[in-house]
Design a protein around this ligand. Structure first.
Ligand code: SF4
Length: 68
């Protein structure tokens, strides 16, 4: 069941560092409401901060996977 909306980290091209690839694919397809899943964000504005986010997080740097 998907609980993620467009605009959340789950569908952002920058999300997923450290998340196992198979799990990341499932999150990208189905979304996730599991706040125990935490991955890195490689957006240039966030990477130096080593920001860690959940699939439900978001920020103004969102870039859709579909646009990539
Ligand atoms: S924090 Fe922002 S840039 Fe990073 S993955 Fe989430 S929406 Fe994308």
């Amino acid at each position: 069941m998907s609980n993620s909306n467009n605009g959340s980290c789950s569908t952002c091209v920058h999300f997923g560092d450290g998340v196992p690839s198979e799990q990341l694919v499932q999150i990208r397809i189905h979304g996730s409401n599991d706040n125990n899943v935490v991955g890195g964000c490689d957006h240039p504005s966030n990477a130096a901060l080593h920001l860690r986010v959940t699939p439900l997080s978001s920020c103004d740097g969102y870039e859709s996977l579909e646009a990539a």
